[in-house]
Design a protein around this ligand. Structure first.
Ligand SMILES: Cc1ncc(COP(=O)(O)O)c(C=O)c1O
Length: 389
């Protein structure tokens, strides 16, 4: 099997597995316990918290230190950021129309509860248009917060978060960014980006599933979503996991240390994959190709084909790929991201997502391109022919 669905989840790095096993074997206890054993667990947990903040270039010293709240993953962090910040601030919630479902569904939920929500549109190239925010600020609309992802999970297109912050900062509007797909692929600099909250998760960069974080600027106020404990300043109560937290920090440390080499490898393989597919399959289109993108993601459409049939046929040929966000897979709904890009229906319906990782080799890419080409040609000549050749 050639695994090209790394944006859904990555396989755990053996070094991370070893690290996790090492900590598990230490038989740690509850990090909130006041005895020596508890303090030992706490020190591992707090080292992980500080490590993650440092790797993301957040402030760890002084009165204005930033915070990292450990969560179960990106979905929870997004929910906490949006519900938590919005609960402290009246006004309109602004999100982009291409966010992950964990942002969009949260916004829709708040909308049902009476919150005004505005959705930022996206261009055909996959970049969100933030201009309306400037107009709304100019005319004095009260905006509670804005949420814009750093990189889109379907197209890989990088979003103008820095520019958005420059618009929002003078008006004291908090900005949250979902950096789930960006962490481990491009440099993350929490301070330089000047966002107020950032969502992260470990399993997109070869860490374990079940641990994420919400980085918070020192000044940001947040309502918790869970109740019943004092852990993590009562913002996310519940017994913390030093095992997972430490593995997350270790995963991020590997990704940052190997950032340049990983980036170069992924980009080279992605370019190879796209160039072979585009040259062999007439009519194929790479979506978002003209915008700055993450180095490992290709959203490619074969207009006229059905993406779900294509995914099934590729699976039979030993290629694992996605058709959109992992949370939406299995649903027959076409991608909300590609629809927001205003692409022709046939393009949206024929698009699959191929997401590489730094371990993907040129040989695998060439092999995958060969198999994809074969399957696309077969389906194009016989759309119902799922039979393996
Ligand atoms: C952009 C983005 N945000 C959030 C999530 C959700 O993260 P998790 O699976 O850790 O809940 C995902 C996962 O697909 C994602 O791609």
């Amino acid at each position: 099997m050639i695994y090209l669905d790394n944006n859904a989840t990555t396989q755990v790095d053996p070094r991370v597995a070893e690290h996790l096993q090492g900590i598990l074997s230490q038989r740690l206890v509850n990090p909130a316990s006041q005895h020596a054993a508890g303090r030992r667990a706490r020190s591992i947990l707090e080292d992980a918290r500080e490590g993650l903040l440092t790797l993301c270039k957040a402030r760890t010293q002084g009165m204005q230190s930033d915070t990292s709240i450990f969560t179960s993953g990106g979905t929870e962090s997004n929910n906490l950021a949006i519900c938590g910040i919005a609960a402290k601030r009246p006004g309109i919630l602004v999100v982009s129309s291409i966010e992950h479902p964990s942002v969009l569904a949260t916004a829709q939920r708040l909308e049902q509860q009476g919150r005004a929500v505005r959705y930022l549109a996206c261009s055909e190239s996959g970049q969100v248009d933030i201009e309306p925010v400037a107009d709304w600020i100019d005319r004095g609309d009260q905006i509670a917060m804005v949420s814009l992802m750093l990189a889109n999970n379907e197209t890989g297109v990088l979003q103008p978060v820095g520019e958005l912050v420059r618009l929002c900062k003078p008006a004291l509007i908090p900005v949250h960014t979902d950096a789930v797909q960006a962490l481990g692929k491009v440099q993350i600099d929490f301070q330089a980006l000047e966002v107020d909250a950032m969502t992260l998760t470990a399993h997109k960069l070869h860490g374990p599933v079940g641990i994420g974080a919400l980085l918070l600027r020192h000044s940001i106020k947040l309502e918790p979503m869970f109740f019943g404990g004092f852990q993590q300043q009562s913002l996310r109560p519940g017994t913390e996991s030093p095992f997972l937290a430490s593995s997350f920090a270790f995963t991020a440390q590997l990704a940052v240390a190997e950032e340049d080499i990983r980036y170069a490898r992924m980009l080279q393989c992605r370019e190879l994959l796209e160039s072979v597919l585009l040259s062999r399959i007439p009519g194929a289109i790479v979506l978002g190709a003209n915008a700055p993108r993450l180095p490992h993601t290709t959203s490619i459409s074969f207009p006229g084909l059905d993406r779900q049939l294509l995914q099934l046929a590729l699976d039979r040929e030993g290629i694992a790929c996605g058709t959109g966000s992992a949370c939406a897979s299995g649903s027959s709904q076409p991608s909300h991201v590609l629809q927001a890009m205003n692409l022709p229906k046939q393009v949206v319906h024929g698009a699959i997502r191929l997401s590489l990782c730094w371990e993907t080799t040129a040989e695998q890419v060439l092999d995958a391109a060969e198999r994809i080409t074969r399957v696309v040609h077969r389906l194009a000549s016989n759309p119902h022919g799922l039979r393996s050749s």
